[in-house]
Design a protein. Structure first.
Length: 230
């Protein structure tokens, strides 16, 4: 992280704890425990899109591409030294460091990322390009038009100095996974892997565990609407 310029030594008066969060692939991600920093930060109320609204518009897609950005948050630099200083943290026996780019855990990080995506892919991309944070999906009815649209998307990302994670991006498929669902021209199906996790999840025994379960299910909550109503 230091060699990449993600963090740098700091003399800030701020200091947040760090936590290691496991990624789905088993790798570890260094995150700030920003609870105290967030408590004195002005939150950004910019909204995230409804997952159900995005999924409803994917039902008739014939060609699909999903694009993932490489360490998307780390591609957004802070706009001032003062902002960066507030993200300082301690590494035992190494000293005090700070993030030079947006860190996970900040109260407005999600809103900042969503605003950037919405600005990049404005009205000209309506009903063709959808973004939930850095998860971008592109749809079209013909292969040739799909490829043309891909070139436009690449140009937008390049102009914004955003880098694509090629290993996690999937191009010009008839079916792909997006936001917990399998999407194809026939409609939507819940990702079987997500279903297995939900079915095998231990029964929650407290309000905290229920909250954790609901957070884990994410976009799959539409499955439970009828059950909740009952």
């Amino acid at each position: 992280m230091l060699s990449l310029g993600v963090v740098s030594p700091s003399q800030s008066a701020w200091n947040s704890p760090v936590v290691m969060v496991q990624k789905p692939n088993g790798d570890l991600r260094l995150c700030l425990d920003c609870r105290k920093l967030n408590a004195v930060s002005k939150p950004d109320a910019y909204p995230l899109p409804y997952i159900s609204s995005i999924l409803d518009q994917l039902r008739d897609a014939k060609y699909l591409t999903s694009i993932d950005l490489s360490a998307a948050y780390w591609q957004i630099p802070y706009d001032s030294e003062q902002s960066a200083d507030k993200t300082a943290f301690t590494v035992p026996r190494r000293g005090l460091f700070r993030f030079n780019v947006m860190s996970f855990g900040l109260v407005s990080a999600s809103s900042t990322m969503q605003r950037l995506m919405d600005r990049l892919f404005g009205p000209e991309f309506n009903n063709k390009v959808f973004c939930f944070q850095d998860d971008i999906i592109i749809i079209f009815s013909t292969f040739s038009e799909h490829v043309q649209l891909l070139h436009k998307v690449y140009a937008k990302l390049r102009d914004a100095n955003l880098t694509i994670n090629m290993d996690k991006s999937i191009f010009c498929r008839r079916e792909l996974k997006y936001l917990g669902y399998l999407v194809d021209k026939h409609g939507l199906r819940t990702d079987p892997g997500k279903v297995d996790i939900i079915l095998n999840y231990p029964t929650p025994t407290s309000a905290k565990e229920v909250k954790k379960f609901l957070g884990m299910t994410g976009g799959s909550l539409t499955i439970f609407r009828k059950l909740v109503n009952r």
